[in-house]
Design a protein around this ligand. Structure first.
Ligand SMILES: [Zn+2]
Length: 328
């Protein structure tokens, strides 16, 4: 008898070169250097080569640039979903005052719809930024799901890695970036989908689909981390991902697997971003490893875009509810 595979979802956060340069504090970011022409087709090809579709989270600043419109429109034309990744990719989004935060969501929503013809139904915060205010704005605006939580303990380490190579930041820049990538509390959140109970904030519940981490240790399992391991040993990286997916299956966690643009480029194409891990690995090697990871994922899970994952979760009985645990 054929057994139905459990669900997994696949997404790409389409961070552009300028947004990484900005967070890192590099000059020249405000000319908005872009690698989207190169990265997006590579990523769509790699995903489609495995017979899969995904959700691409777009930044409003890129969507509003008419030079990117034809390219971004290819996302829905090729059968993928678009999501909202905020207007300016400010990784300190959750600290903004209400009106500014709402503008970051609404402007991106508008620009993405104009560029692609599709209104985003899901949101992921830049740098996994999340707050109760943010969730309540999404619920009010009719979003189907949020997917900004990243239940891991390595957030503070990721931040240290990011800034070890940065120039001296000003006091204001340091304050903005202080809790980038989250704190220890984040590692204690659930790995399975659940509803944020926003009744205290006068809005309906909102579905949360966490970015999956290793059940138990909560170490990251997104593609960039797998590539980071692969720099040292491809075999170890592949076994690590396989173990993570098997643990997800055992614990009935439906994995939400995350891709980033740098999973498809090397430091040769993008010298400004050489400070990131795995940038010395040739792009062809990275793309081959992405293909192997996606093949592993789709062998064990029915892998769908996030909107479809959200529909299935919302239709499932007994979805747990959880009160928000953030400061604001
Ligand atoms: Zn991002």
């Amino acid at each position: 008898m054929l057994r139905e595979l459990p669900t997994a979802s696949l997404s790409l956060d389409l961070d552009n070169q300028w947004s990484y340069m900005r967070t890192h504090g590099d000059a020249g970011w405000d000319d908005y250097p872009s690698y989207l022409d190169h990265v997006l087709p590579c990523a769509l090809d790699a995903v489609e080569a495995q017979g899969l579709k995904m959700t691409v989270f777009l930044v409003g600043q890129d969507a509003k640039d008419p030079r990117h419109h034809a390219l971004l429109r290819s996302i829905p034309q090729r059968g993928h979903e678009v999501g909202n990744h905020s207007q300016n990719h400010l990784q300190w989004l959750h600290k903004l005052p209400y009106a500014e935060l709402e503008r970051e969501i609404a402007e991106a929503e508008e620009a993405i719809e104009v560029a692609t013809g599709q209104r985003p139904r899901g949101f992921r915060g830049p740098g996994f930024a999340c707050s109760t205010t943010l969730l309540s704005i999404l619920a009010k605006r009719g979003y189907d799901y949020d997917c900004s939580t990243f239940p891991t303990f390595v957030g503070p380490l990721a931040r240290a890695y990011y800034f070890v190579s940065a120039r001296k930041l000003t006091a204001k820049e340091e304050e903005e970036r202080k809790d980038l990538f989250g704190g220890v509390r984040d590692g204690l959140r659930p790995l399975r989908g659940y509803l944020w109970d926003l009744s205290q904030h006068g809005t309906r519940d909102l579905l949360e689909i966490p970015v999956t981490t290793m059940p138990g240790t909560r170490a990251p399992i997104h593609m960039s981390y797998v590539l980071y391991l692969a720099q040292h040993s491809v075999l170890v990286a592949r076994q690590y991902l396989r173990a993570a997916l098997m643990l997800c299956k055992l614990r009935r966690v439906e994995p939400s697997f995350l891709l980033h643009p740098l999973d498809f480029v090397s430091g040769d194409t993008c010298p400004a971003l050489r400070f990131f891990p795995a940038m010395s690995m040739p792009a062809a090697k990275k793309i081959e490893l992405v293909g192997q990871a996606l093949a592993e994922l789709r062998t064990h899970f029915d892998t769908v875009p996030m909107g479809e994952h959200a529909r299935r979760l919302l239709a499932s009985p007994g979805l747990p509810r959880r009160a928000p645990d953030m400061a604001q």
